[in-house]
Design a protein around this ligand. Sequence first.
Ligand code: KIV
Length: 258
Amino acid sequence: MNTSIQTIQSLKCVRPIVATTVYDSVMAQLADQACLDLLLVGDSVGTTLLGFETTVNVTLEMMLHHTSAVARTETKAFIVSDLPFGYSHDDFEHIFDACRKLIQAGADAVKIEGGNSIAPTIKRLVDSGIPILGHIGLLPQQIKNLGKYRKFGKTETEAKTLIQDAHALEDAGCFALIGEMIEDTVAKEISQALEVPLIGIGSGVHCDGQILVSNDLLGLTTKPVPSFVHKFGNLSENVIQSFQEYKNAVIERKYPNE
Ligand code: KIV
């Protein structure tokens, strides 16, 4: 049976939700065979696959291209697609149009970065039939303001704001939230205060689920990974070794053979 919003929500307090990012049909198929619950076509596609420094360069056209590739896989997992940089504070008609296109490309829901200030927009989107996954804490699309990645919720004021953001997004109708790089104790408080699940990334053990960028967890990257990432694989080494063996076999005329 395909995973629905209700399936994701019913996992809260039963077992942690397991999520990752995917950007193409091969990885979507592999993650789905491992029965992951939620697959995010993240705008991290920009930094993991497309060679950009940040996610700010990722356009709606790129997101649609990758979302439809993932959706063609027809996974059992729930598919969420990122609303790219620059849309969340645009006119409602533009935001709605971008979300509609992502859903029509095959996403089951759209993820939007931001808290209290975008809650009224999220309410209108949810009322219009667009399921929304919220995203609080570190917002990678704000990197130009932030300067660098850091942990959120270390001060009392920041912790209070995060909790208010979480409540505003739940009240607006988000079916779940991503909490990125939030202090463990604050993430715990949010998870306990909300009815909807909080899926953490670098936010400790008390979240209702975990999400990691697939290339990071698979070790399929040439860049350093954030300190909270555990590499469950070392695919970069496997790929380099396979390319070297191929090269050697061709040069030594062992491949192709008669
Ligand atoms: O785009 C992405 O990969 C994300 C995750 C960091 C949650 O938003």
